[in-house]
Design a protein around this ligand. Structure first.
Ligand code: SF4
Ligand code: SF4
Length: 134
């Protein structure tokens, strides 16, 4: 589905902020799309990895609302294949951090099914808490 890009007075500052948080990864991307065709979890994302990059380049903060930034498994497949050396996992991490710093957690531990929690390995819970909560 095509979506109209939404820019505002904060768009430039938003791009600059993410660029700084990722050691200038944003300006490197040339939109070749290789990350999107390489990502093993792209099918579970609402927008492909290259679109994450494009929205940040444009300064469209809608990218903060996407499921894709939480689905990224930081597997580095795209990083290995990117012709520009972009570490996309660093970008999704920065976007998650911006969200988590507003004290909005992506995972509500109190509302998890207690039986499911008991079956989960402790390391999975710890990892989830680190990734999805501020
Ligand atoms: S592979 Fe690299 S340059 Fe190509 S779209 Fe993805 S991040 Fe941008
Ligand atoms: S690091 Fe994230 S975006 Fe890149 S291939 Fe892995 S899951 Fe996909």
């Amino acid at each position: 589905m095509t979506r109209v890009v939404m820019l505002n007075d904060n768009s430039e500052a938003f791009t600059k902020k993410v660029n700084e948080m990722t050691n200038d990864m944003i300006t490197l991307c040339e939109q070749c799309g290789i990350c999107s065709t390489s990502c093993p979890v792209a099918e579970d994302m609402d927008i492909p990895p290259s679109e994450i990059m494009r929205l940040v380049q444009l300064g469209d903060e809608y990218v903060l609302e996407t499921k894709a930034i939480w689905v990224c498994a930081s597997c580095y497949t795209c990083t290995v294949r990117c012709p520009r050396g972009v570490d996309l996992s660093k970008v999704t991490e920065a976007l998650r951090q911006i969200n988590l710093r507003t004290n909005v957690n992506y995972l509500d531990i109190d509302n998890l099914d207690s039986e499911e929690v008991e079956e989960l390995p402790a390391i999975a819970l710890v990892s989830a808490m680190r990734k999805y909560t501020g």
